[in-house]
Design a protein around this ligand. Structure first.
Ligand code: ATP
Ligand code: MG
Length: 300
């Protein structure tokens, strides 16, 4: 479990994070969504202990990142937004060096390295220098490194950025397996639709503050289709058949069918048959990104 508790952080006069608190439970995939500069990477760097907060703390399976750093960091894997490695070292050699942090012997680390390179799709590139790796290959390498000690918690910072469709598929499968194994996973993105397929919940951050935490189901129900029909007079009684098109709501002369599905012309015909005149018909479709902007806008 990852628990962020009242974390604040400033860079000079910029307040990057203000009282950020949220949890990622075991067996849960949580998306961390915000615009560029919202504070996602800053939060993630504090979670993994490479950046100190001004106040607040993070607990990894109950271990404080500030007070029990080693225990906390052994229990969390991290794929940074921009992985930075020694450029002139061969990939597998560098992997073996990093595995040393986890007290894994060089021979065992080589065996594990080959296995993980295969898993992340880097087989055959073990002897290439890291500076020769492409952006996506660096991400895949960082994934392999994060898997070294099979930790129970993970944070992924914009991990899909730079990955090709095969890499994206690999990551999605990996994340689903982590969930099955009861691991806690936080992954950031500035695009809500990118986390849609995976996230159980989404934490929204805007200008350093958590503005909303919603389940994916709640978000999807906000991104619904709505049919709005304006009539010449108030609708006295909602015709029974309308219920099969969604959830009807009447307000004065207007009929709104939330979660609309089906054909709008048949709804219009139905109302015409009942003796109403149709003044206006509008189908509103709210995309996930529009929901995101709505959530942000509500905070202004
Ligand atoms: N080392 C630093 N020095 C000064 N300011 C910083 C530093 N790191 C981050 N910031 C500032 O903190 C704020 C949050 O940045 P952060 O990198 O956490 O955003 P982000 O949500 O990850 O954005 P992106 O989607 O672009 O990756 C920004 O205003 C950024 O300019
Ligand atoms: Mg970032």
């Amino acid at each position: 479990m990852i628990e962020i508790s009242n974390v604040s952080k400033s860079f000079g006069r910029i307040k990057a994070l203000e009282n950020v608190s949220f949890k990622v439970n075991n067996g849960e995939l949580v998306g961390y969504v915000g615009l560029n500069g919202a504070g996602k990477t800053t939060t993630i760097r504090i979670i993994v202990g490479v950046l100190l907060p001004d106040s607040g703390d993070v607990y990894i399976d109950g271990y404080s990142v500030l007070k029990e750093k080693r225990k906390a960091s052994m229990r969390i894997g991290w794929v940074p937004e921009i992985p930075i490695f020694e450029p002139d070292v061969k990939a597998l050699d560098y992997f073996v060096y990093l595995a040393g942090y986890y007290k894994i012997s060089p021979s065992e680390a080589r065996r594990l390295g080959k296995e993980l390179f295969e898993r992340v799709g880097l087989s055959g590139t073990e002897n290439r220098k890291l500076k020769e790796y492409s952006q996506g290959m660096k991400k895949r390498f960082a994934l392999a490194v994060s898997l070294i000690n099979d930790p129970p918690n993970f944070v992924f910072d914009e991990v899909l950025n730079g990955l090709d469709p095969e890499g994206i598929k690999f990551f999605r499968e990996l994340a689903k397996n982590f969930k099955k194994q009861g691991k806690a996973v936080l992954f950031s993105s500035h695009i809500l639709s990118e986390v849609e397929a995976l996230a159980d919940r989404v934490v929204f951050i805007h200008k350093g503050r958590i503005i909303n935490i919603l389940t994916m189901q709640e978000i999807k129900s906000m991104a619904e289709k709505k049919l709005i029909v304006k009539l010449d007079k108030p609708l006295e009684k909602i015709p029974e058949e309308i219920n099969s098109y969604g959830v009807p709501v009447v307000e004065d002369n207007t009929l709104v069918i939330r979660k609309f599905k089906g054909d709008q012309s048949t709804v219009v015909e139905l109302l015409l048959r009942q003796g109403y005149k149709i003044m206006e018909v509008k189908l509103e479709e709210i995309s996930l990104e529009e929901v995101f902007f709505k959530l942000i806008g509500e905070q202004k």
